[in-house]
Design a protein around this ligand. Structure first.
Ligand code: HXC
Length: 266
């Protein structure tokens, strides 16, 4: 499938009328997801700590996609700030249907050198931040029979060196995804996650994977290439659409089969 074809796999406007709040929506994978939801017709609220990342991303969506996007600065670790961002979104757009939790922190660090605060900081951003946003959005999601989409990882399916903190946090995100699917499914709220594998055009990949390891990593991906942000975007649009109306509690790896491909015998 060419890049050009892959841009047109969904019918126009499949998310028309919906409002999505996307954390980490200014940059990287979640920045792409926010833009893709807007391309599918949703109005989007972009949330992260740095308003200087959010404003250009929101402007790009308004001007490039012709969608409606607003920036709301908040640190997902701070519940009061998250509540204000959710209230701001509802005040501006009049509703909230979709929450995408993509705000994440990461650095490479051996476990024996990781400080308790370093561990806690990543868990606070990735896991507690995800809870904070879901919790703050609950009443609005309940009104709309809305949905939650968490951005997880595949790091914790095995043991990934230098990634203890992120692996622990993302394992928690998977647990939260499944728990909310069960508890809030009763309100018609679907809760799912995407676990991206190695995605080439990201800051994380540039910063976390040294060039000499990159080619070895690519060879371990059964589909023979790195993922693209577009690959994650398309899964996100699908999960946020009515095509996924009966999918609840799923964690979908978008990794070209990478985590399954690392055979230990050969
Ligand atoms: C060791 C580190 C460190 C590093 C920070 N810390 N960077 N420890 N190595 N490189 C420790 C600090 O020493 C401190 O502990 C604690 O973490 C908090 O650091 P602060 O800088 O005070 O915190 P803060 O300003 O809140 O920054 C949080 C951050 C941030 C996570 C460290 O730098 C960040 O968000 N970075 C990039 C975000 C990012 O790349 N997101 C994409 C994620 S990709 P002490 O004990 O000293 O007080 C992703 C996908 C995974 O998640 C898949 C990858 C292949």
């Amino acid at each position: 499938m060419s890049e050009e074809t892959s841009n047109r796999v969904f019918a126009d406007g499949i998310l028309k009328g919906r409002v999505a709040l996307v954390t980490g929506g200014g940059t990287g994978i979640t920045g792409g997801v926010a833009r893709a939801l807007a391309e599918a017709g949703a109005r989007v609220a972009l949330v992260s700590r740095k308003i200087e990342n959010l404003e250009p991303a929101a402007a790009l969506i308004r001007e490039g996609v012709g969608g409606d996007a607003q920036a709301f600065a908040a640190d997902v670790r701070d519940y009061a700030q998250v509540e204000r961002a959710v209230a701001g979104c509802v005040e501006h757009f009049g509703r909230l249907d979709i929450v995408v939790n993509g705000a994440a922190g990461n650095f490479l660090c051996p476990a024996e050198e990781l400080s308790p605060n370093g561990f806690g900081t990543v868990v606070d951003i990735d896991l507690k931040g995800t809870f904070n946003v879901c919790r703050a959005a609950f009443e609005e999601l309940k009104k709309r029979r809305g949905l939650i989409l968490n951005i997880s990882a595949t790091l914790h399916y095995g043991g990934t060196p230098l990634q203890l903190h992120v692996s622990a946090a993302k394992a928690g995100v998977d647990a939260l995804t499944r728990n909310l699917a069960v508890e809030w499914g009763a309100h018609g709220i679907r809760s799912n996650a995407i676990a991206p594998g190695p995605i080439e055009d990201t800051e994380g990949m540039k910063r976390l994977v040294p060039p000499d390891i990159k080619e070895r990593l690519r060879k371990r991906i059964p589909l023979g290439r790195f993922g693209r942000i577009r690959d994650v975007e398309q899964c996100a649009v699908f999960l946020c659409s009515d095509a996924a109306a009966f999918i609840n509690g799923a964690v979908i790896a978008v990794d070209g089969g990478h985590w399954l491909g690392g055979t230990r015998l050969l």
